[in-house]
Unconditional design. Structure first.
Length: 256
């Protein structure tokens, strides 16, 4: 984990934006003022149209790319749900078979009931995970709907500004190029800030990770209760660990 945190810290340093004499916001204001003072009213409209169209097309491309990413995420979550649904079916079948076998021996003892209760909790825990992931699907679908709405809005902007465009002069184009670059720089800064925020969150999560050294009498079930988690989540945090794994005393495993 220490190596992982060191790597993330290095990436955070890479995302740090270099100091500049003029801020991006100031550069944008300067370019806008230059455009406003350079030409007559119809030329100013042309400048604004070009800038807005470029920004709108960039936004459309970004929205389309994000939609593809969201669709991929949705596909991945659906695959996880399908796998977990199969797991629930297997666990339920095993539960019913075990219940039938135990009942055939002259009724269920208290120990039998406790054993069956444990089996039931296993597949109910997986069902809860499925429910949560279905909620994630709804969130993704809502994002896609919003992104499609944004694309429609940007397309309307493109049409409106194209109709308003008349002519352009070299000085106006230079000012518009500076304005476009400033907006791209601002977008790059915002993107870097967001990536830095995400990585800081990852570092925080890694720093909060909890580990447990196996002692005599420990089981995955008892550890799940002790650390307020589930056996499934503990297994997912430790490569090669399954609910059937025999815990070796002295082994250190991650529990949160």
């Amino acid at each position: 984990m220490k190596k992982t945190i060191t790597l993330i810290a290095a990436l955070l340093a890479a995302f740090a934006m270099p100091a500049v004499a003029q801020t991006t916001e100031e550069a944008i204001k300067t370019a806008e003022a230059r455009v406003a003072s350079a030409q007559q009213k119809y030329e100013a409209q042309m400048r604004e149209s070009d800038r807005q169209i470029t920004a709108a097309k960039a936004n459309i491309a970004a929205y389309k790319l994000q939609i593809e990413k969201e669709k991929l995420a949705q596909s991945n979550v659906n695959a996880l749900i399908k796998n977990k649904q199969a797991t629930v079916k297997l666990k339920k079948d095993a539960y019913n078979m075990e219940k039938k076998t135990l009942s055939a021996d002259g009724g269920l003892s208290q120990a039998d009931k406790l054993q069956l209760k444990g089996r039931e909790q296993e597949w109910k825990a997986v069902e809860k995970e499925i429910k949560d992931q279905k909620g994630e699907i709804k969130k993704i679908q809502a994002k896609i709907k919003t992104l499609n709405g944004n694309i429609k809005t940007e397309n309307k902007k493109v049409t409106a500004y194209k109709n308003a465009t008349k002519a352009s002069k070299k000085e106006v184009k230079t000012a518009e190029d500076a304005l476009k670059n400033a907006h791209k720089q601002l977008a790059a800064e915002q993107k870097a800030a967001e990536e830095k925020r995400k990585m800081e969150q990852v570092m925080s999560e890694l720093a909060e990770a909890q580990y447990h050294t196996i002692r005599s009498g420990d089981t995955l079930g008892s550890l799940a209760v002790k650390y307020h988690t589930t056996v499934s989540k503990i297994c997912n945090l430790n490569s090669g660990l399954t609910p059937r794994t025999v815990l070796r005393i002295g082994r250190r495993i991650r529990v949160r």
